[in-house]
Design a protein around this ligand. Sequence first.
Ligand SMILES: [Zn+2]
Length: 481
Amino acid sequence: MLKKLLLAFLLIILSLAGIVLFNTFRFSPAEDKIDVLPAPELSSEALQHFQQAITFKTISYGDSTLFDSAQFIGFRKFLENTYPKTHQVLSREIVKGYSLLYKWEGKNPELKPVVLMAHQDVVPIEEATRTMWTVDPFGGVVKDNFIWGRGTTDDKVNLIAIMEAVEKLVAENYQPDRTVYLAFGHDEEIGGKGAVAIARLLKERNIAADFVLDEGGQITESKIPGLDRPVALLGTAEKGYISLKLSVSVPGGHSSMPEKETAIDILVAALNRLRSRPFEAGLTEPMKGFMESTGPYMPFVQRMAFANPWLFKKLILAEYAKTNTGDAMIRTTMVPTIIESGIKDNVVPTVATAVVNFRLLPGHSSLLVMEEVRKKINDDRVSVAPLNKNISEPSPVSPVNGFGYRKIASTIRKSYPRVITSPFLVIGATDSRHFKDVSSNIIKFSPVIDPIGFHGIDERISLQSYRTALWFYEQLLRDLE
Ligand SMILES: [Zn+2]
């Protein structure tokens, strides 16, 4: 009897190991053959145009009274003067005062149009960090094979590379097969009202785009552990955003005869409970796609895990949870960002409030998160409400078998040799989240390589990145049949 049991057990183990190994070895790169065309040299004009674009202080401030309209009008004039042929052939509308919508009529009205997006605005330079910059952040400086300045990576590289590509093609009398819209918002960094208005316009005109391409993921040479090849991370979804305000209001008193529990105590205990009960980790569609796309190129152990998520899911999630970037990919995150209470050292406050910021995984609505937070806190004395109207639900997930994803993936493989393409979950917010009524294929990807200083000090992008972006957009536009 015991012998039989042992034998059965052994058989189960062996067949499990067999399945795992079979899956692992079957998990091989699924690349189509692609003829890589040589990238063109970076012309001095194209570089100059990018440098000039950086000198416009198209800054989005949190405080709207600081908005400098002259910079945006100047930038618009700069585009008109720099890309005259584009402005002859494409129609242009000014939306919400400063956002721009161009239309390049395609040859074949049967084909659905596409939308290429980029934003004109940049984040401010924090006063405390101004002296820490190596160069003038608005100087458009080229140094050590990089273009330096605020907006180089976020997001003028895309805007200028698109305009360069269009101008070049228009000069050749090229006309795309499908209609191409260029949508350049002016306030992405503060919510994107310009993009909202453009999306509404397109929807009112019954325009259903085949795909929308906006910033998001990038090419990374070394940021994925275990991979020795570059990966182009094509965002197929982005996380949602909500801040919740937790408030406690109880009778105060004098600090000489304190109550057992004050507003501050109740709030702190609530925050502790919340922090000790993180949202459950899970593998979203983009994450599964990432494992499928990169797994075949990974070292054996990772490859085995990625090939068998049915068995190794827990291990994979535990591994990702170890780093903050990894954890953000697999979980709805939360972090307290503001806490307020008290006015005087000898007065027990009656009110204590905290703000907690949440980034929502696809599938987690803001309502669901609010409900969960109340459950985790489990104290009726703590009220939970949205801090303001700045709420965005996580985006739908774009399919990887659609025309848009496949076209963008094959184009970047032509523009950047040896690159692996993979779906990806974008953690920040982009203007394209407002376009879900315009297309169900929204890809969030900038064709640049490991940019540096995003929203920070010494923001810069390599000349190779700019060249890759120019080459990418030109090929994409030539190939929209
Ligand atoms: Zn941006």
